[in-house]
Structure formats: C-alpha cells, structure tokens
Design a protein around this ligand. Sequence first.
Ligand SMILES: Nc1ncnc2c1ncn2[C@@H]1O[C@H](COP(=O)(O)OP(=O)(O)OP(=O)(O)O)[C@@H](O)[C@H]1O
Length: 589
Amino acid sequence: MNMQSYFNDDTRRVRSLRETYRYLIRSAGKQKPKLMLGLTLMFLSAALFGGSIATLYPFFLDLENNGAFGPYPALLTVLLIVSIGLRVAAEYYDTNGYSQRAISEWRERLGDKLRRISLSVLSGFRAGELNAVLIQSVNEAAGYAFSLMTMVIYAATIPLATAFVLLFFDWRFSAVILVVFPLIIPLYLWRRKAFRRGFSILAEANEKLKGEAVEFIQGLDVLKSTGQTENKQNQFKRVAADVAVIQRIGTKKGEYPNLIITSATQFGFIIMLIFGLIWVQTGTASWLILAAVMVMIARVSDALNFFVQMSSLLEIFVISCEKLEKVMKLPELTEKQAEKMPDNYRIRYQNVSFGYHEQQPILRHINLDIVPNTVNAFVGASGCGKTTLLRLLLRYADPQQGSVSIGGTDIRELSQNQLMSLISAVFQEVYLFQDSILNNIRMAKPEATDEMVIAAAEQAQCHQFIQALPQGYQTQIADIGANLSGGEKQRIAIARAILKDAPILILDEPTAALDTQNELAVQRALEALVKNKTILIIAHRLSTIANADCIYVIADGGIAEQGCHAQLITQNGLYRTFWQYQQEMNDDN
Ligand SMILES: Nc1ncnc2c1ncn2[C@@H]1O[C@H](COP(=O)(O)OP(=O)(O)OP(=O)(O)O)[C@@H](O)[C@H]1O
C-alpha cells in the first residue's frame, strides 16, 4: 500500500498546446474522422455566429443614417439560424454516441493491452490504480474531447470572426478586439501551470485515500480481531482530512487566477468602451454604433469567460490521456501463433530463472522434465516460489532466462488461446464474475450446452448446492456471491476445469483454506477431474500428495530434492523433515 503510484512521476509537467491538441485527436481513436467533421461544423457555426453579431454594426449604422432597418436584420437572422443549425448538426458526435463508442473502444484496447502485459509488470501497480484508468481516465479522455474542443473553437473563433467582419466597417474597433483579447493567452498559460500542479497533488492524495479505503474495508476482519479498527480509522480520517485541505487550497488557488482572467475580459470591455467614447466625442463614431459594438463585445467576452471557467477540465483531460498513454506503452509479452499444436504434453523447464524484479530472482536455473499423465507435487516453505514456478507455465510472465516448453514447443511460440487450450488451473482464490452460475461455469468452454455444464457441475459435486439456490443455475452471483462458501467456490472452479477438459491441470492448494467437510467434497470433485491428465499440484499438507508420481521440494530458488514419497523419505533431507514435522503436528492434534 505504500508503493509509489506508477503514474506519479512526470505528472506535473504542463503539456504544450500542440501536445494537448494531439491528445484531443488521439483520444477519439477510430472516431477521429467523425470528430473532425463535428469540429469543422462547430468551427463554421462559431465563425457564422461571430460574423452575425458583427453585422450589428452595419445594421445600427443603417438605422442611424437612413432611419430604416435595411437588409441587415434579415442577414443577421439567417446567419444566426444557420449557425445554430450547424451547431446542432455538429453535436451529432455526442448525440449519436460517437464519444461513447470512443470510450468503449478505449476500454477494449486497454483490456487487450492488459491481457498482453506480464504479471511482473502488472504487479508494479497499486491496488485499484488500473481500475481507475479503465473507468475514470477513459471517461475523462474520450468523453471530454469533443466538448473541450468545442469550447476552445468557440473561444478562439468568435472573437476572430467578429474582428474580421468588423474590419470591413471600422478597423479601429476590430484592432481593439485583436489587441486586447489575446492578452488573456499568457494569463491562461500561467493559470494552466497552477492548475496542473494542483490537480496532480489532488490526484495523488485521492489515490492514497482510495488505497486507505480499500485496505480499511478489506482488512476490517483482521482489524477487528486485532483491536486495530480505531487506529486504522484514524489513519483513514487523517488522509481524508488531507484531501479536504488540498481541495480547499486548490479551489482557493484556482479562484484567484480565475478572477484575474475573468477581470481581464471585463477590462477588455472597458478599454473598448473608453476608445468608443473617445471616438464618439471626436465625432468619428456615433452612440448607436458604440451600443452595437458593446453588444458584440459582450458576446465575445461570454465565449472567453466560458472557456476560462471550464478550462481546468482541459488539465484533467490531459492527465487522463497521459495515464492511458503510459498503460499503452507498457512492455508486452510477445504473442505468436504456432502452426502446429504440440502433439504430446511433456512439460520441460530448461535452465529457468525468474524474478518479479530482475534484481531479485525468485527462481534460479530450474530444470524440470514432467512426464505426461503423471501427478507432480511441489512443496516447500511459504514464499519459496511454488506458485511463481507454475505461473510461468501459464505465461503470467516470461522467465528472464531459460525456457518452458510443452511437447517440445516453447510456450512463447504459442498464442495465448493455444496455450490456454492446453491448461486448466484451479487456484485457492476463485474469482466469480457478475453473471449467472451457469455462465460462470460455461466460461471455461463457451460453446458448451447447458447439459454439458450441468454434467460438469455434477462431477464437481456442485449440482446439489446450486439446485438449492433460489434460481438454481440461473442464480446471479451478484445476488449470492458472499453467501457461497470457499469450498463451494472451489467446486465451481473445478467444474470449470472439468468442462474445459484440458490435458494439463494446475492445482494451487485447492483445499488449503477449507474445513474438513468441504475438503472432502472438493477431494471427491478433484478425483473426477484428474483422470488421464498431467497434474501439477502445490500442497502444504504433504499427506494429500504422498501418492504423487514425483514430488519436487523447492528451496533457495532451486529444486532441492525430487522423487516419489518413498524415495524422499529415505533421504535425510528437507522433505523428510517437513513430513516428520507434519506427522508430529497430527499426533498432537
Ligand atoms: N506479483 C508479484 N509481484 C512481486 N512479488 C511477488 C508477486 N507474487 C509473489 N511475489 C513474491 O515472490 C515470492 C514467491 O512467491 P510465491 O507465491 O511463488 O511463493 P509460494 O511458494 O507459492 O508461497 P505460498 O506457499 O505462501 O503460497 C514471494 O517472496 C512473494 O512475495
């Protein structure tokens, strides 16, 4: 929990406007052509709006000189209607769900990416960090892009278009707009820096708060039993109070620059008024014209003020895009597609060395030769690397040295699907998806019929307890998830493995956390599963693997001993010590 966030470095650098623009375009992904079309329509709408308000000048001039409305009210109305029409058309990007499509494409891309990242890389992330990227960052990046660009286009185009059209009638007013209003650009850039810093600090504090919250909730049982609830609660309160303080300071700090920039636009308004009054005084402009120009300036200021108020969203957007970019740049496991699948299931580890962090090897120079259709058990002290060793076969990560092969094919030559079709795994922790029980089992073999799923559940000793649930196999995990016992979840995992019927089976302490009754049921389920398969099993209780064809004792990153129970017990080694220790424990009980 004290790990540094993967994303925190480099989060305080303000991105240039060009980089920000590139993020905006990239965040639309495949929807980019639609986004560009929407933005072009928005630009035309803003230009026509700016132009239409500029026609107030000749309209008022006509009124003053000729005492008649002339053609300008009609022109103004037409331009306004077309501008509104274009804006409505441009909004199709959001209303037709293109930003939603961009969001879901990003999630797909990230999901695909995460699938290809090794576990050793993923373990560098803090709890909940990737979750936040998939949900919040994607929403902010792909969901905000169109609205943000619309805001920028309006703020830039309306003043320019107004000044441009005004140029044809009175260059002096046009010049004041072009000189005074761009002055907010340096102010805005100064404010961006403050915002960027503020948001980064807030994001870090929020992440810490999330981490504390997850730890507090997940660890509530332990905290209660150790009487530490109050301590942890106080720690949680302290972090929450820090976030509140940062938020308060951030709001306050953001308010001042906001006020200054908003005042700058008001200031522009006053400068225009002063110049206008001078020109009225000197007889080079009339009151009516001044009134028309002030109406225009009010509209121009509105667009700029809106931009100033909302531009902090641009920083949130950039921070989210940076997170997406970082995840997309993570190194991937190479993925190939073998032309021919292995025709036997002999598993070989050749000179395998691996560590989650390269400088801390967990396994060193491991050599294993596992004969098909045999039961192979892995034992050793907690943390010696048993799970890691078997995870290498699932390609949770690639070894830094050496190779793992099945039937003579290096597993790096197989695609993920090819490899997974050869292996089933049952771990101590069983994850059930928010779906029906039926589909939770079927996911092991999506094409399986209901009857096949039920047959697998029967063999896995699940059928009885599933039928007793309110909607039987259609019961949703969301409705009963917490009510399933560890043993019941294990049996669902075994049903999955039975249904999948892969030739290689990994069992990582499937009965370790179960009571005797559940253990017996799971043992019976396992008996149905293990026939005619190559089994790799991790077990703490040696009595459960005494019949294995080969037992490997892992210690100090290597295979310290190997052989069947009878052979190992005659050696005066680690296995014999473990065995005697467990026998004594059993006798004491
Ligand atoms: N995802 C990970 N990232 C970093 N280190 C890890 C990761 N998973 C395990 N480790 C570390 O690698 C070492 C070996 O862990 P592993 O789970 O393989 O041991 P084990 O023998 O299966 O332990 P146990 O019997 O307690 O389950 C431990 O020191 C563990 O802390």
